[in-house]
Each structure stands twice: as structure tokens, then as C-alpha cells.
Design a protein around this ligand. Structure first.
Ligand SMILES: Nc1ncnc2c1ncn2[C@@H]1O[C@H](COP(=O)(O)OP(=O)(O)OP(=O)(O)O)[C@@H](O)[C@H]1O
Length: 347
């Protein structure tokens, strides 16, 4: 049985005047799926969300919500008729309305008792039912953000769009609120598009990532696949540091500074071996590396190493007393996560 996606975006394009901001975006979100859109500032994430929300009109392509086309190059359904829940960074609660009335605000056309019951139910899910009669200014930033999520969920939409919803919160609080909100969203079974520029937030919250740069999609896949098997250096670096070593692939395997490796799908020719800093480790039968620098960062320590003419980053738990600047050690690649070969022909 095939399940219809709650959101389907095909070949979407958008320009501000003569400036193309999005091109050829394809995206689907299944019921209950959380898709995070990650990209650097200016990559077009918010514009994509605004198009899905109905706040901008596409120049080309199609957007369908629940199987119904809501926008294409010819027509566009207004935002309020798309039945979406929206949580935007700049969202403010109405200061003159109680928490309950803020949440009930979007529940037009229902009897008063039903509105109240639904708003209370949404607040209860977010753990704020006891603050229903309170005023927004008496809530903390994290509580206000949870109210904004309750407000988006109260009309029971099939799809919620969130643009940097946690970025105003300080980092300790942010992780907790994010985990709580994601748990509620998962429990609700709603489809979610989460826009963020925070790689950890995207990877820890989403079922699937959409990596973007310059208005284009670079890669889509599970967080694990995108992290360990990037399709390009650009895509890989959006999720964190990536070691990139030029290699030559031959029929028998790939010639690397770590010896000859046999990798799935390796092709012949020149390419780049790509792997994460934590896949490097000390090993007595590894290759010689000189420690260029060491940066202690609490739980992990980062080392910059030189292996011949190549600079590599290694990351490990704790701080190894032997890995100090100028020291020569031996390192190898962990075998659990095979490195990826990126062909130089790839975009
Ligand atoms: N109203 C506008 N008029 C003209 N250009 C705009 C407008 N809004 C955004 N842009 C441009 O469109 C591009 C995409 O912007 P967008 O806000 O979608 O990126 P983003 O990935 O969400 O960035 P950020 O993470 O900084 O919010 C940027 O180059 C931006 O300068």
C-alpha cells in the first residue's frame, strides 16, 4: 500500500526580481515524517518554507498538500486556506490574550466549548495546561515557544512548518525544548518541515535531511547516510568537518595514504576519499602522522595532523597525553564506517 505524501514539491523555482533564489526543488514529506532543511545563511531555506506556506508565489513548479495542488506558476491558494500549522522564529504571542486564547485563536468556526477543549488539549500535550489562564509576558522564552507550537497544532493540521523555532533560546534550554517539542510532534503523527542552520539540531531531530546551498538541493537522505556518505564535499561539510584526501582508484582498490582500500562502488580514476574526524584513530600499524595542533573541547579533543603533505583532523574522546604538538604517532581509519569516494566528476 502506498501512502500519499502530505507535502509534495516538484521542480519548484523562485526569484526575487532578476535574482534566482530557488531552482529545481523536489521534496516530499510523508505523514508523520520530520524533514529538516539545512543550509547556510542565504541558501533559500526560509524562502522555500514561505512558498510552501503560501506567503510567496512560485515562478515555476508545483506544490501539493494532501494530494491537492495549492500552487503552481499560474495559481496560488492563500496561506490561510492551506490548513498548515506555522511556527516561525519571529512568532510572537498576542500580549493581550491569555495563553489559552492565544492557542484557541486559530480555531475559527468551532463552538466556543470545542475551541476551549482543543486548545487545552494542545497545551496539555506541550505540558502547559496549568498555564492556560496566564499571560504571555509571565512565561519564559522556552514556554512561549511551546505555546507557539501548541497554537500551530491546535487546529490538527497534517503538516507543520517550522522556521528556526528554537534559535532564540539559549543553548542549554534549546536542546531540552527541542527534544520535548519533537517528541510531541512525533506523538501527534503530524508531518513536519523544520528549517534550521544547526547541523546537530537537524540530525538529531529529523527522519530525513534536505541539504541546500545557493538555492539548490545538494542531497537528501537519512541523517546517518548524509553524514557518512555525502555526495559532495560541499554537502558533507554542511554536517561538520570532513577530511578530504585526493586518491587514485584502481581496479584492485583505492590507493590512499592509509594503504590500498577496497570500497563498495569505487570507480577507477582520480577522486577524493572523504571521512569524518572521528573515523581516524591511533593504531600501531597505521601510517605516520605528526601532531600539528591540539584543541581541548571538553568531552572531545580535536587534533590537526599532517600525514605526508595532507592535513587531517582527528577527533577523540578525552585528551590523549601522547598526542601533543610536534609528536609523531601512527593513525589508521576505523573499519566500522567505510569512507566515501567522491568522484571528481560529481557536481
Ligand atoms: N524580500 C527579499 N527581497 C530580495 N531578496 C531576498 C528577500 N528575502 C530574501 N532574499 C534573498 O534570497 C536569498 C535566500 O534567502 P532566505 O532567507 O530564503 O535564505 P535562508 O537560507 O533562509 O537564510 P537564513 O538562514 O539567513 O535565514 C538570500 O540571498 C536573500 O538575500
Amino acid at each position: 500500500m502506498t501512502i500519499d505524501p502530505v507535502l509534495s514539491v516538484e521542480g519548484l523555482g523562485f526569484a526575487y526580481g532578476a535574482r534566482t533564489v530557488l531552482s529545481d526543488i523536489d521534496l516530499t514529506v510523508d505523514p508523520g515524517e520530520l524533514v529538516a532543511i539545512l543550509g547556510p545563511s542565504g541558501s533559500g531555506k526560509s524562502t522555500l518554507l514561505r512558498l510552501i506556506a503560501g506567503l510567496e508565489r512560485p515562478a515555476g513548479g508545483r506544490i501539493a498538500i494532501g494530494g491537492t495542488t495549492v500552487a503552481d506558476a499560474r495559481s496560488s491558494l492563500p496561506a490561510e486556506r492551506r490548513g498548515l500549522g506555522l511556527v516561525f522564529q519571529e512568532d510572537a504571542l498576542f500580549p493581550h490574550l491569555t495563553i489559552l486564547d492565544n492557542v484557541a485563536f486559530g480555531l475559527k468556526g468551532l463552538p466556543r466549548s470545542e475551541r476551549r477543549a482543543r486548545a487545552l488539549d494542545a497545551l496539555d500535550r506541550l505540558g502547559l495546561a496549568d498555564r492556560a489562564d496566564d499571560w504571555p509576558h509571565r512565561l519564559s522564552g522556552g514556554e512561549q515557544q511551546r505555546v507557539a507550537v501548541a497554537r500551530a497544532l491546535a487546529p490538527r493540521p497534517a503538516l507543520v512548518l517550522m522556521d528556526e523555532p528554537f534559535s532564540r533560546l539559549d543553548s542549554a534550554l534549546r536542546q531540552q525544548i527541542r527534544e520535548d517539542v519533537v517528541a510531541v510532534l512525533r506523538d501527534t503523527g503530524v508531518g513536519v518541515v523544520l528549517v534550521t542552520h544547526d547541523a546537530e539540531e537537524a540530525m538529531s531531530s529529523a527522519d530525513r535531511l534536505v541539504l541546500m546551498a545557493d538555492g539548490r538541493m545538494l542531497q537528501t537522505g537519512t541523517p546517518e547516510a548524509c553524514y557518512h556518505r555525502p555526495v559532495s564535499v560541499e554537502a558533507g561539510r554542511l554536517l561538520g568537518p570532513l577530511n578530504v584526501v585526493p586518491v587514485e582508484a584502481e581496479k584492485e582498490g583505492v590507493v590512499t595514504p592509509f594503504g590500498r582500500l577496497t570500497l563498495d562502488g569505487s570507480t577507477t580514476g582520480i577522486g577524493d576519499l572523504a571521512f569524518r574526524p572521528e573515523t581516524l584513530m591511533r593504531s600501531s600499524d597505521g601510517v605516520e602522522a605528526r601532531v600539528v595542533s591540539r584543541t581541548f573541547a571538553g568531552a572531545v579533543t580535536r587534533y590537526l595532523l599532517s600525514v605526508g603533505s595532507v592535513r587531517l583532523e582527528m577527533k577523540s574522546f578525552g585528551a590523549d597525553p601522547e598526542l601533543v604538538e610536534g609528536q609523531t604517532v601512527r593513525v589508521a581509519l576505523r573499519t566500522e564506517t567505510a569512507p566515501t569516494i567522491l568522484s571528481r566528476d560529481q557536481p
